[in-house]
Design a protein around this ligand. Structure first.
Ligand code: FNR
Length: 184
């Protein structure tokens, strides 16, 4: 496989976030030739169109640049009230207002972890809808929905559940194929 660079973002700011841990696991499980850079949306300010009209904040410029340089994106999101967290929507909203918005035709994978049994099924679905509108190439199912997260990670937040590890690995392989298809 030729080198594939993925930019990954977790939708939780929590220090002991299962979603941040899942993103770390993905970076560890990436197939040969794929590298996952982990971004941070903590300092992206609340969207304000007056601010945008003056200048994009540096935090947004940095985020958008990293997304543009990447061959593909990986969003790992919690589910908040059956949707995605505001912090993640806010970051996407900022990036989407760039004339050269970074989602256009970009391969994107979505994963999520939740304490509940259903995983992040609604959050994944909402995020996919947003990304389809932005003309991203979202990787279709089977989706990575890590339910009952406390059972899948150990005390150090390492993903230890072997079937889940294999599933994450397979999903990243499919993301790599989607990127490679776009290069042909
Ligand atoms: C939640 N949580 C939650 N879980 C779920 O499966 N479906 C949901 O709709 C919600 N809603 C929700 C709203 C809000 C405001 C919070 C703070 C939490 C629980 C959530 O999945 C759980 O806290 C995860 O552990 C959050 O992910 P991180 O921070 O561990 O990555």
């Amino acid at each position: 496989m030729t080198e594939i660079r993925i930019f990954g973002v977790a939708g939780s700011l929590r220090r002991l976030s299962f979603n941040a841990a899942l993103l770390n696991a993905a970076a560890e499980l990436a197939p040969a030739g794929m590298h996952i850079d982990i971004g941070d949306i903590r300092h992206v300010p609340p969207y304000d169109d007056d601010v945008r009209a003056e200048a994009y904040p540096p935090e947004v410029e940095g985020l958008v640049g990293a997304m543009q340089r990447a061959d593909g994106l990986l969003f790992v999101t919690p589910e908040y009230n059956r949707s995605i967290p505001g912090i993640l929507k806010n970051a996407i909203d900022w990036a989407s207002r760039r004339p050269d918005q970074p989602f256009d035709r970009k391969p994107v994978a979505i994963m999520g972890a939740s304490r509940g049994v259903l995983g992040t099924i609604m959050a994944n679905h909402h995020l996919r809808q947003i990304l389809v509108y932005l003309n991203a190439q979202t990787l279709p199912g089977p989706e990575v929905l890590v339910g009952e997260a406390p059972k899948k990670f150990d005390a150090d937040l390492k993903l230890v559940d072997e079937p889940t590890r294999a599933f994450v690995r397979g999903h990243l392989e499919r993301l790599g194929e989607l990127v490679a298809d776009g290069r042909r």
